[in-house]
Design a protein. Sequence first.
Length: 254
Amino acid sequence: MRPENYYRRLGFSPYFYAHIVFNLVRSQFAYLRNFEDIFGDMATSNWCQPFPKHTNLHQFIGQIVDSIFFEDPTERDSDDHSLRDFCEHYKINISGVDWGDEDQLFDLRLWAEYGNALDELSDEVFHILFPDVVFCNSFNSLIARYVPQYADAFGATDPRFTSNGRLRRVSIPQFVKKAVFHRDKGECRTCKTRLDRTLSVTLQEHYDHIVPLKAGGVNDLTNIQLLCDKCNLVKSSREIGVSNLYPRAFTIKS
């Protein structure tokens, strides 16, 4: 039995799917029609839950991967990326599946084994993409295009929203703070000041919404970054892109 703080690397081409998700988010307008199916109308409600452990990015990855599998589920992909390859890799018993029966194939989506396997793959891809805070910024900017539309239509009857059509600020759970502190290496994302209090007991970490709630941001792990007092005060509730600096594994100058 694995410890809870580990994810399972099962290796069903996670970088292949991470690449697809990364490019979909980067080239948002080229896939606008597809995104309307994911984010449009009432679907946006799914992205407004306060700090789910199955994050918005997990959910997005799962929907994209599922859509890839079912583009042509009867074909076995020559690059081992097909629905059948996926089922075999995750040891889903498909011996009785008629691959010529479209209704039976789509019923596969309802199988618990399929859902669990998709969650496993989504979690693996999530852990590739989550450390890239610039990507997280782009991903949450994508969601923020749809949240105000949902708020205009349904916010008045949705208790998660304020009267101004913004998601309510909620207390940030400890699991989010720990995950963000770990990802950001205990440093302010902007100025790189260390916030582990080994240098000064007066340093205070702040957990900041990358895309502010007033700009359509959501309460999700992927929309939080670590800032120091000064940088948090400067940013306030403005939408400022995250730092694109990441620590090297080793110094390049002796």
